[in-house]
Design a protein around this ligand. Structure first.
Ligand code: NAP
Ligand code: SF4
Length: 674
């Protein structure tokens, strides 16, 4: 008897059956653009072997003007079809099913050729789109239809037509972007003509036995977005036009409300999808922040949808469904929704991967095989670098001992998990603990590693992490000056007025911790209110008329840095704006370009500019030092002095710009090569 009866139930689509209720949602990985089709095929085949019912590829451009960026991949000719056939064949051999997403970006296309309903530039693109005329619209429809026909020729089981997230079809639906007065604009009947026509003509072209998913924006989260009445009208029309499944889209890309970041509560938008249930006869899929089998099961059991879509969780663990089926849910590597190696890479033009699983999208390159010679390996430091090395080395059959002087594994992850909005880190530490035990690592906590004890191992890995940098500010030795470690480990009383020295990732995390009472990530209603998300049945696009309504800050915080640039510039590409917006909502004062002059009982004295005259006082009861870190290399240096040759990784190797992504990647790659 499975613990996930709803999640693992098959879904009969009439002409074909899906083996369970889990869809791997579309992700732009950048793999298709490498043109290494063996690599693309292996990415999807590994996930097919992991028993996901249906996968959707990254968005393929139907034509040049609709590509997300110049040169975006698509199925334009026979060579493309043959290349994609490699992927579909490999997926089918692995027992999987795969649909190709057709993504016309409209005004989000990053290029001067972009087109849309009206010539209105998007706030997130420098390119104003050309307004399409009748012939131009016909061209877009036939290019999308041709793309679906080519997908069918390439052996795909279906297509997903991207109609949400503010892309081309979505741009016709709302008056925000559609000011037309012809038959494609004005009344809702006219505005929805394009998506419905695209679905109708696609179905006509591909015949009845081909999966056609329509991705429908359930809640636009932009001004003048669709009302729920309109969403319903479109859903029914799309069903009548021949869609097999409706998938959920949440929020336009230009929306200023987080929809998938780690601070968004789990399954935060399932209630929106649920509103559609019972109104259409075809299956409905829900998505966003569903990352465990338990959450997926609950969402389905509560009748929010017929299927769940998860995307990033399949980067974190390709075997998600298989492990759930086999009663090994605790072994599923959790997606912590950090975006650090997936979306942040996509938006920097890099291949996607995963912070938790560096093999994602590198399946053909980073291969973890049984070791030819079994070695004894000591890993010192049970933070992300050390844990990933120990786990991977033991998976290969090595005999691994992991040593840390702390009483628990996790290293700095144990601080991250204390930050409101970063609760997912609890699951990540739990997963490492479970896996270390599962693969037989000998974990020795509250243990000091000594050169003598380490000498007996074949390989020694030093992952001792970092120590806080000393900012050397006059007066910093007073009791009201504390380190971020004291704050995040909860060991000190922090006063009402706080100055934070240093505005890197940790300065922001400390600020968030000090202004927030109960974490809204743990309370969906509070989170929706905080960000101003309303019911689209009453508020068009789901934006509350009153706007965001955050809880009052519990402290008066000032965040400081010496650089004269905007604070938070170095934070994640796709998440930095959320951290900045969140602190702004809590009235955190952000000041750049300061010199730290001195600290006294009244607070922190800072000056501006080279002259350093007329210092001003920032009144503070507590001052928190978050001035970056330095490598903790003392053990590595001692071993090297004795002639040993340890491998030094993670923060102990390079402290600058250290994050868990780099630490885990370095540890995993080292272990794969030992
Ligand atoms: P960081 O990002 O390097 O920031 C250090 C801060 O300290 C900067 O604001 C810097 O600004 C300031 N600083 C540097 N030297 C100083 C000095 N001598 N005196 C006073 N201030 C000084 O380091 P971090 O905040 O400790 O974070 C460490 C790493 O953890 C980051 O690289 C990050 O990747 C990771 N992390 C990431 C996140 C995330 O959200 N993704 C969250 C937490 C941590 P000025 O030099 O301008 O003063
Ligand atoms: Fe999830 Fe972060 Fe991995 Fe992306 S990088 S898949 S958000 S854990």
């Amino acid at each position: 008897m499975t613990s996930y009866p709803h999640l693992l139930a098959p879904l009969d689509l009439g002409f074909t059956t899906l083996k369970n209720r889990v869809l791997m949602g579309s992700m732009h990985t950048g793999l298709e653009e490498t043109k290494d089709w063996n690599r693309v095929a292996e990415f999807y085949a590994e996930r097919a072997r992991g028993d996901v019912a249906l996968m959707v590829t990254g968005g393929m451009a139907p034509n040049r003007e609709g590509g997300v960026f110049p040169g975006a991949a698509g199925l334009f000719n026979d060579d493309d079809i043959a290349n994609h056939q490699t992927v579909t064949d490999r997926v089918h051999e692995a027992g999987g099913k795969i649909a190709m997403q057709i993504l016309h970006a409209g005004r989000y296309a990053y290029g001067p050729e972009c087109v849309s309903a009206s010539a209105i530039k998007s706030p997130i693109s420098p390119f104003p789109p050309k307004e399409l005329d009748e012939a131009g619209i016909e061209k877009q429809i036939s290019d999308i239809v041709q793309s679906a026909v080519n997908a069918q020729k390439a052996g795909y089981d279906g297509v997903e037509i991207m109609g949400s997230e503010g892309y081309f079809l979505n741009q016709f639906l709302v008056t925000h972007t559609n000011k037309r007065t012809d038959r494609w604009g004005g009344s809702y009947e006219n505005r929805m003509r394009l998506p419905v026509e695209v679905v109708r003509r696609t179905r006509e072209a591909v015949g009845p036995n081909f999966i056609l998913i329509y991705r429908l924006s359930m809640i636009d989260l932009v001004p003048n977005g669709s009302t729920f009445e309109e969403v319903l009208q479109l859903a029914k029309a799309v069903e009548d036009a021949g869609a097999t499944i409706i998938n959920t889209g949440i929020g336009w890309h230009e929306a200023r409300i987080p929809t998938i970041a780690t601070s968004v509560p789990r399954a935060a938008f399932a209630w929106v999808t649920k509103k559609l249930m019972g109104h259409v006869g075809i299956p409905v899929i829900t998505s966003n922040r569903i990352n465990t089998p338990e959450v997926g099961e609950q969402v389905l059991a509560e009748g929010c949808a017929d299927m769940v879509s998860m995307a990033r969780p399949f980067l974190a663990d390709s075997q998600f469904v298989k492990k759930a089926k086999d009663g090994q849910s605790a072994h599923i590597a959790p997606c912590i929704a950090c975006n650090q190696a997936c979306l942040d890479h996509t938006f920097s033009g890099k291949i996607s991967s995963c912070l938790v699983n560096p093999r994602a999208c590198y399946e053909t390159e980073l291969v973890v095989e049984p070791a030819a010679t079994v070695k004894t390996i000591a890993v010192v430091g049970a933070g992300p670098a050390g844990m990933s090395t120990a786990m991977t080395a033991a998976q290969r059959g090595h005999k691994v001992t992991l040593i840390d002087r702390a009483s628990e594994v996790g290293g700095q992850l144990n601080m991250a998990k204390q930050v409101p909005g970063k609760e997912e880190f609890w699951g990540l530490v739990d997963w490492y603990r479970t896996m270390l035990e599962h693969v037989g690592v000998d974990v020795q906590l509250e243990t000091e590693a000594t050169a003598g004890a380490l000498a007996k191992f074949d390989e020694v890995i030093i992952a001792t992490g970092v120590i806080p940098r000393d900012p050397e500010i006059e007066g910093q030795d007073q009791p009201h000056v504390v380190s971020y470690i004291d704050v995040l480990r909860g060991g000190v009383d922090v006063g009402k007025r706080v100055a934070i020295i240093g505005a890197g990732g940790i300065g922001f995390d400390v600020a968030e911790t000090l202004v927030t009472g109960d974490s809204p990530t743990e309370d969906l209603d509070e989170w929706l209110e905080e960000w101003g998300v309303g019911d689209p049945a009453h508020e068009p696009g789901g934006l509350r008329a009153q706007g965001p309504k955050p809880e009052a800050p519990i402290r008066d915080v000032t965040l400081l840095q010496r650089k004269a640039q905007k604070l938070g510039k170095g934070l994640g590409k796709t998440t930095g704006w959320i951290h900045r917006a969140s602190l702004k909502m809590k009235d955190v004062k952000m000041i750049g370009g300061v010199n730290y002059e001195r600290i006294d009982a009244e607070g922190l004295h800072v000056s501006y500019g080279e002259a350093r005259d007329n210092p001003t006082l920032i009144k503070a009861d507590t001052i928190v030092l978050c001035a970056g870190q330095l490598s903790e290399r003392s053990l590595a240096d001692a071993l090297e002095a004795k002639g040993m040759k340890p491998h030094v990784i993670g923060g102990a190797d390079v402290a600058a710009e250290l994050d868990a992504k780099r630490a885990i990647d370095q540890g995993t790659r080292l272990a794969a090569a030992l």
